[in-house]
Design a protein around this ligand. Sequence first.
Ligand SMILES: Nc1nc(=O)c2c([nH]1)NC[C@@H]1CN(c3ccc(C(=O)N[C@@H](CCC(=O)O)C(=O)O)cc3)CN21
Ligand SMILES: CC(C)C(=O)C(=O)O
Ligand SMILES: [Mg+2]
Length: 273
Amino acid sequence: MESAAPKPVQIAELRRMREAGEKIACLTCYDASFALVEDRAGVDVVLIGDSMGMVIHGGNTTTPVSVADIVYHSKCVAPFLKRAFLIADLPFLSYATLERALDASQRAMQEGGAKMVKLEGGREQTSIVEYLAVRGVPVCAHLGLRPQFVHKMGAMKVQGRDEAAAEEMLQDARMLVDAGADMLLLECVPSELGKRITQESRVPVIGIGAGHDVDGQILVLHDILNISPMVTIGRKPRFVKNYMTGGADIEAAIRAYVQEVKSGAYPAPEHCF
Ligand SMILES: Nc1nc(=O)c2c([nH]1)NC[C@@H]1CN(c3ccc(C(=O)N[C@@H](CCC(=O)O)C(=O)O)cc3)CN21
Ligand SMILES: CC(C)C(=O)C(=O)O
Ligand SMILES: [Mg+2]
């Protein structure tokens, strides 16, 4: 017998999972074939990441990714998700002004089919988050290591290491949630800070290299399949885990990732800062 159509994941379900302590398994996706596999494998949240600049387009940064690229890949993915919640990254400078942020979000949601947009930044983005949120655009705020700032930072480094920086990030998180962010994403922060921000937050907190004590994990698809072009990303980040070691089957690898996020087996200490 065919099982009933799965109920699409919504923000309320992600909040329920956070409250119930059920970990949220997230993964990037860029095309229809993987959308079908990820959805079937139980991935809760699918991200159209601007990491496509590296793993799809083969560049060294996310800088050249355009709103049109995000819309194109969202359109490849969205129709094939029966259950997973679709988030689209707003690419570099596409939310530099309120008007641009609204236009990029409109395209991601109306043309691409995204259910939420993600933007990088702290308290300086609160007015943009509020502008979008009050117009019905759900926003995920991405804190910690922000790859769109690579040209200012010079290198991809763990963020929030000292107490002052940690306190600042904690305040950023509060201000963004108060401005209307429905989700937070923390990239490359010490596990202790990931835990603090998660404890203080009212919304789900997804981590990548943010330790174990967050509400969910996200990784880049190509990293878990061990096919990332490391020539583009440089060295392998600490949080990356290869899920292709158990066999040769891609769906089984994605299922193993989902299962390890759910059970808490991923991330292990060696994936954390
Ligand atoms: N394939 C891929 N995987 C990703 O996770 C990813 C992308 N591409 N592209 C966009 C951003 C860039 N990301 C990166 C890139 C490099 C590091 C990195 O080298 N991290 C060091 C930090 C070392 C430290 O400061 O101690 C690490 O060892 O993890 C982290 C995140 C995450 N995103
Ligand atoms: C690594 C995740 C969080 C991301 O922003 C991306 O894939 O672009
Ligand atoms: Mg991104």
